[in-house]
Design a protein around this ligand. Structure first.
Ligand SMILES: O=C(O)CCC(=O)C(=O)O
Ligand SMILES: [Fe+2]
Length: 330
């Protein structure tokens, strides 16, 4: 990468410490000659008169890029809808459930209410047509505006959905939090600091007698039970920066620098429902220009006829598991 386009040329920016070890990977480019199975399919005559080129970026877990699926006018409408609503993005502490501003997510964002903005229906239809997924149970579009120095450090999109006993829920969450501490900070000192707060939080709950109730409530939470986990993430690139701001999947050594109008899809869980941490990802710091994305988290509920059932339930989804139906019609 050119010197002036590199993250180092940004100088100081909020949350820079999250990128000390990851920033090299932000400069990765996709080697399209690497694997002959990384094909680009042309999907013609999809529902709603859509067509699209879909490029397989990674096989297992499957990550695909849809080229040029929203028009400049649709991009403008989306930006107009979100412009006055965006606020500094919050992150939810999975231990305390509190939302707070964090230097690990430096971006302005908003969820877009569907009833107010017709453009969101259009985009939801596009997701449905391109993926075959049921989007009725999906979350509202989350629109993010990144400016120079904006970023979103490495994280995983799936929710921690404890399923069995409250003790198992506690263990699962402690494990995930410890992992996030480590992967989110990339420095032993900060990770120890982060782990200390997590342990202190659990001890406080235990002392106040809330430990069991807290985790039991999360197991019984109706939204979780009704909608399931975030099966997949579908994200439109509404505006792209001229340097930096790629979507980085560090476990897969993949950094995606898409064009405005493209969209990406990846899975957050295995077919058996457990979280697939190979798809941890982040938004690299924007170096020049600004970046805008619109994300839809697709839930597990009601995907009965939109997913094949892979025989190996503990292996990541393959591209055929969801395009099988669409490609089979060609
Ligand atoms: O902006 C990006 O490239 C990634 C955004 C993201 O990971 C998220 O919204 O969950
Ligand atoms: Fe994400």
């Amino acid at each position: 990468i050119e010197e002036e386009a590199s993250i180092d040329s940004l100088g100081e920016f909020v949350g820079a410490h999250h990128w000390t070890q990851m920033k090299q990977k932000c400069g990765l480019t996709i080697d399209r000659s690497f694997d002959p199975r990384l094909l680009c399919y042309s999907l013609l005559s999809l529902p709603d008169g859509l067509s699209a080129d879909i490029e397989v970026l990674h096989l297992s877990p499957s990550i695909v890029l849809f080229h040029n699926v929203i028009s400049p006018s649709e991009r403008r409408q989306l930006i107009l809808a979100a412009k006055n609503l965006v606020r500094p993005a919050l992150i939810q502490n999975s231990t305390t459930q509190q939302h707070h501003v964090s230097d690990s997510r430096v971006v302005n964002g908003t969820f877009l209410p569907m009833e107010k903005y017709p453009i969101t229906h259009r985009l939801a239809n596009i997701v449905r047509s391109l993926t075959g997924f049921n989007v009725d149970c999906a979350e509202l579009f989350n629109v993010l505006f990144y400016e120079r120095g904006g970023h979103y450090s490495i994280h995983h999109d799936a929710l921690i959905l404890p399923t069995q006993s409250w003790t198992q829920a506690l263990l699962e969450e402690m494990y995930t939090n410890a992992r996030n501490c480590w992967e989110g900070t990339a420095s032993w000192l900060l990770a120890i600091d982060c782990a200390y707060f997590l342990v202190r939080d659990v001890l406080n709950k235990w002392r106040s007698g809330r430990l069991r109730r807290f985790y039991q409530q999360r197991i019984d939470s109706p939204t979780r039970a009704q909608l399931g986990n975030r099966l997949a993430t579908f994200m439109f690139y509404v505006d792209v920066p001229s340097a930096g701001g790629g979507t980085l999947f560090p476990q897969l050594n993949l950094t995606v620098n898409a064009d405005a109008g493209d969209a990406i899809l990846w899975f957050n869980i295995f077919p058996n429902g457990t979280n697939d941490y190979d798809t941890i990802h982040g938004a690299c710091p924007v170096v020049h220009g600004s970046k805008k994305v619109a994300t839809m988290w697709i839930r597990q509920r009601d995907q009965t006829f939109s997913l094949l059932c892979p025989l190996e339930r503990a292996k990541a989804f393959a591209v055929e598991d969801f395009t099988g139906r669409i490609l089979g019609q060609m």
